[in-house]
Ligand binder design. Structure first.
Ligand code: ADP
Length: 491
C-alpha cells in the first residue's frame, strides 16, 4: 500500500500522528528567588550561592546555596541534637505517624512537585507525575508501616537506630531518591542530613515545606545544597554515623576510600550497564515496548537502564526493524508537555558526555540510527539513538552512557547470553524476555545483577530490595533489606 492508499483506506501510516501541544501549567509552583539551607527546622541564609536552571531552555530558576564545610557542620549538629532530643527514643508508632503524614502531603501536593521536578530536571511530566511522585509517596507509606515493627523484622536482634545519616543523592530521580533515603532512615529512628545533586535541588527544597506541614520535629531532617565539595564535607564530618550515597562509581570509590577505617557505615548505589536479553520465543512487540522503556525512560538517565540489548540471532532483523519503527513514534520535546516521551538532557555536562561516547561508537565502527525528530534550539537535547553492529569491546558497550543510547548485540545460546551479559564491571540490573518460565529462572540464577526483570523492565516497588553487585555498589534499598543499613544490633 502506498502512503496515499493507506490514508484513503483509513489505516494510519507511521508518522501520521501529530499531537497538539498539551503543556502542563507551571502556575501551581512558586519558586523563590533565593534559597538557603534547611537546618534545625529553619532556613539558614547561604553564604555562597549558585544558579539552578531548567535544562529545557536554560532559564534561570533560582539562586541556591553552595554549603561550606561550616554550614554542613551546623546541619550535622542540628541532626545530632534532634537525635538525642527525643527522636531516637520516640515510640515507633509515633514516628510512623509523621511518615504517614509526609506520604499523604506528597500525594496532595503531587502535581506541584511533578511540575517542579520536570522544570528543574528535564524529565517528561508524565513520568514525574505517574512514576516519581506516586513512588516517592509509596516509599513513605511503606516505611511508615515498618516503624513500629522493627523487632518483628529482625527477631531476637534488638534493632537500634544508628544516629545521624548523611545522604547524598543524584539528579536523575531527585525526589524519589530523597524518599528512598529519608523514609527508611526516619522509620528506624535516625536523623538525617541530605544533600541533593547540584543540578536538581528544587524539589528537595520544596520538601522542606512538607516537613514543616507534617510538623516533623526540628532537626530530624536537614537539607544542605551544593556540589561535590558539599558532599565531600558531609562524608568527612565526624558527627555523621552513616553515609548513603547514590551516584557515579568514580565518586563512590572515592567515598569508600575516604571512609575506610573510620567505622562509619556505608551503602553505595552506583552505575550500571544492564543487559536486556531477548530470546527468539519472546512476544516481540511486548519486548520492543520493554526495550524502549528500558533505555529511553527518563532520557536513559537511569542507573539500571537496559543499555545493552542482547538479541538472539534468529530474530535480530525483525526485532531491530520493529524497534526502529517504534522509535519514530517517540515524541522528544518540552518536559512540561503531557505528550512528551523523551525530555531534556539534565545538564550541559551530561550532554557533552553523551556526545563524546556516541562519537566514539561511530569511530569504532558501530552503525548509528536516530529517528527523524526536531530538537528544540535552546536547552540540552539528544535524539533517541540505537547502535547496531556493536562489538563487546566498544566503549558504548562497556561504559555507562547515562543517556538515550542503546547498543544492540547478538547471541546464539542461553550460555552465550549469560556470558556476554555478565561481561561488565557492573551488576545492577538485567532483563530477560522469553515465554519459558524455566528459562527465566535459569537465567536469573546466573545473571550477576541485583535485580532481574522478566518480561518487563524498570519496574519499582517499595517492598522490593534494589542494589548492586561489583562496581554497582553494595547495600540494598527498599523492602525489609532497606532497613538494615539504618540499624545497629545489640547482639
Ligand atoms: P553523576 O555523574 O551522576 O552526576 P556524581 O557521583 O558526580 O554522579 O554525583 C552524585 C552526587 O554525589 C551529587 O549529589 C554530587 O554533588 C555528589 N558528589 C560529587 N562528588 C562528590 C564527592 N567527592 N564526595 C561526596 N559527594 C560528591
Amino acid at each position: 500500500m502506498s502512503e496515499v492508499d493507506k490514508r484513503e483506506s483509513g489505516v494510519a501510516a507511521a508518522g501520521d500522528w501529530t499531537y497538539a501541544s498539551a503543556p502542563e501549567s507551571r502556575d501551581i509552583v512558586r519558586i523563590a528567588e533565593r534559597y538557603g539551607h534547611f537546618v534545625g527546622g529553619r532556613w539558614l541564609e547561604a553564604t555562597e550561592t549558585y544558579e539552578t536552571i531548567s535544562p529545557r531552555d536554560e532559564e534561570p530558576l533560582a539562586a541556591v546555596g553552595q554549603a561550606s564545610a561550616a554550614e554542613v557542620e551546623s546541619a550535622v549538629a542540628a541532626a545530632r541534637a534532634a537525635f538525642a532530643d527525643g527522636w531516637s527514643s520516640l515510640p515507633g508508632s509515633e514516628r510512623a505517624k509523621y511518615l504517614f503524614r509526609i506520604a499523604r502531603i506528597l500525594q496532595e501536593r503531587s502535581r506541584e512537585f511533578a511540575v517542579l521536578e520536570s522544570l528543574n530536571g528535564g524529565k517528561p511530566i508524565k513520568e514525574s507525575r505517574d512514576v516519581d511522585l506516586p513512588l516517592a509517596a509509596a516509599h513513605f507509606f511503606y516505611y511508615a508501616g515498618w516503624a513500629d515493627k522493627l523487632e518483628y523484622a529482625f527477631p531476637n536482634r534488638t534493632p537500634r537506630p544508628i544516629g545521624v545519616a548523611g545522604q547524598i543523592i543524584p539528579w536523575n530521580f531527585p525526589l524519589l531518591m530523597l524518599a528512598w533515603k529519608v523514609a527508611p532512615a526516619l522509620a528506624c529512628g535516625n536523623t538525617v542530613v541530605l544533600k541533593p545533586a547540584e543540578t536538581t535541588p528544587l524539589t528537595a527544597l520544596l520538601f522542606c515545606d512538607v516537613l514543616r506541614q507534617a510538623e516533623l520535629p526540628d532537626g530530624v531532617v536537614n537539607i544542605v545544597t551544593g556540589d561535590g565539595r558539599t558532599g565531600a564535607a558531609l562524608v568527612e564530618s565526624d558527627g555523621v554515623d552513616k553515609i548513603a550515597f547514590t551516584g557515579s562509581t568514580e565518586v563512590g570509590k572515592a567515598i569508600q576510600r575516604q571512609l575506610a577505617g573510620t567505622g562509619k557505615k556505608l551503602t553505595l548505589e552506583l552505575g550500571g550497564k544492564a543487559a536486556n536479553i531477548v530470546f527468539d520465543d519472546a512476544a516481540l512487540d511486548q519486548a520492543v515496548e520493554g526495550i524502549v522503556n528500558g533505555i529511553y525512560f527518563n532520557q536513559g538517565h537511569v542507573c539500571c537502564a537496559g543499555s545493552r540489548l542482547f538479541v538472539q540471532e534468529s530474530i535480530y532483523e525483525p526485532l531491530v526493524a520493529k524497534l526502529k519503527r517504534r522509535l519514530t513514534t517517540l515524541r522528544v520535546g518540552d518536559p512540561l508537555d503531557k505528550n512528551t516521551d523523551v525530555g531534556a538532557i539534565n545538564s550541559a555536562m551530561q550532554l557533552d558526555k553523551i556526545r563524546e561516547l556516541v562519537a566514539s561508537g561511530e569511530e569504532e565502527g558501530a552503525e548509528i540510527y536516530q529517528p527523524p525528530c526536531v530538537l528544540p534550539e535552546k536547552g540540552y537535547w539528544f535524539a533517541p539513538t540505537v547502535f547496531t553492529n556493536v562489538a563487546q569491546s566498544y566503549r558504548i558497550a562497556q561504559e555507562e552512557i547515562f543517556g538515550p543510547v542503546l547498543s544492540v548485540l547478538t547471541f546464539r545460546t542461553p550460555d552465550e547470553a549469560v556470558e556476554k551479559a555478565n561481561n561488565t564491571p557492573y551488576g545492577l540490573s538485567a532483563g530477560v524476555w522469553t515465554e519459558k518460565g524455566s528459562r527465566i529462572l535459569w537465567m536469573a540464577q546466573r545473571l550477576r545483577a541485583g535485580v532481574v526483570w522478566a518480561n518487563t523492565f524498570n519496574r519499582f516497588d517499595p517492598s522490593s530490595p534494589f542494589g548492586g553487585y561489583k562496581e554497582s555498589g553494595f547495600g540494598r534499598e527498599g523492602g525489609r533489606h532497606g532497613l538494615e543499613p539504618y540499624l545497629r544490633f545489640d547482639e
